[in-house]
Design a protein around this ligand. Structure first.
Ligand SMILES: Nc1ncnc2c1ncn2[C@@H]1O[C@H](COP(=O)(O)OP(=O)(O)OP(=O)(O)O)[C@@H](O)[C@H]1O
Ligand SMILES: [Mg+2]
Length: 308
């Protein structure tokens, strides 16, 4: 399979009146054609900066990136691309059909061809029955569907979505994920950023975790999370022991500690906590979850940085 996206040594520093902000510190990863790729990272990690470079809205200071081997920012790269930004502002007084015609017109389509493309795009995102409704009458979930329609109206090969599902209820979120899976089955490559790690784990073929401008993990779900099941042990402690084995334990949610262990090692690790152990929250066999890996790669580093 050919690569749909390649980032090679991409660096970007914002120069502001208050100093320099290094947003990307030389990132490398690739996305294969035909896959759904999840781009995860805490707030301020650099996701939107990388996406803006990918779609040609920002130039990197160093390194390069390409879409199906075409340098990002060029006309050839842009032709293959559909993009839904993190923040969208629509002309709310226009109907979905009218506004989509404007977008299709900006993409260079005219007349009957443009109308047919709009019709197809609205159908694909499940909005045909509401095509005459104004954007002001749309819920957030419907607006995001419209956002996908404007991104696919030019029939791109690559769809780039920045925070597609943030602020949506679980049903709207699930139905948008179904739509992404459907679009993938129709041959689209999809790159999307998200804070919903469970949704990335569920739907994506591959993932990258970015933290403070660096890629901490990237690859297929199996490469990143491993195939093997281990005993996932989660405990609450009264106080974090000073000699805590940081290679074993990482911070879970709400102050708990989490470790993935073989069965014999689990008993030993729990015993080693001694009087600090408050309770064992759970212990069951599973593959490492993306959420645990994410916390391990982002939280523990934060914890280490905070103790300096
Ligand atoms: N236009 C800008 N000018 C100056 N600094 C910026 C600008 N845009 C982003 N930054 C900084 O660059 C870093 C990365 O920001 P970015 O928006 O790429 O993160 P993000 O991962 O998309 O975060 P979020 O999840 O909150 O959307 C942050 O420190 C941010 O403050
Ligand atoms: Mg962002």
């Amino acid at each position: 399979m050919s690569d749909a996206i390649q980032f090679r040594g991409v660096r970007k520093t914002y120069r502001t009146r208050r100093g320099e902000i290094p947003a990307l510190k030389g990132i490398n990863f690739s996305v294969k054609s035909g896959e759904i790729f999840g781009f995860a990272g805490p707030n301020g990690a650099g996701k939107s900066t990388a996406i803006k470079i990918l779609v040609g809205l920002l130039m990197p200071d160093e390194g390069d990136c390409s879409i199906f081997s075409q340098p990002c920012g060029t006309r050839d790269a842009k032709k293959m691309l559909g993009y839904l930004p993190e923040v969208t502002l629509y002309h709310e007084f226009m109907s979905a059909q009218e506004l989509l015609r404007v977008h299709a017109g900006l993409a260079g389509f005219r007349g009957k061809d443009r109308d047919e493309r709009c019709h197809r795009a609205l159908e694909r995102v499940g909005l045909s029955e509401r095509k005459k409704s104004r954007l002001s009458e749309f819920s957030k979930g419907m607006k995001q569907r419209f956002g996908i329609a404007q991104a696919i109206v030019g029939e791109p090969k690559l769809l780039v979505l920045d925070e597609l599902t943030s602020g949506l209820d679980p049903q709207a979120q699930a139905s948008l994920l179904e739509l992404l899976a459907e679009l993938r089955s129709q041959g689209l490559t999809i790159f999307f950023s998200s804070h919903h790690l469970a949704e990335i784990e569920k739907i994506c073929d591959s993932v990258a975790i970015v933290h403070k401008g660096e890629i901490k993990a990237a690859g297929s779900m199996n490469e990143v999370l491993g195939k093997e099941k281990k005993l996932r042990v989660e405990v609450q402690v009264h106080e974090e022991p000073a000699n805590l084995d940081q290679k074993l334990w990482s911070k879970g949610k709400s102050g708990s500690l989490v470790a993935y262990l073989d069965e014999e090692a689990a008993g030993r690790a729990i015993r080693d906590l001694e009087d600090n152990l408050k309770s064992v929250v759970s212990a069951h066999s599973q593959r490492r979850s993306l959420e645990d890996l994410f916390l391990e790669l982002t939280e523990s580093k934060t914890r280490a940085a905070n103790t300096l």
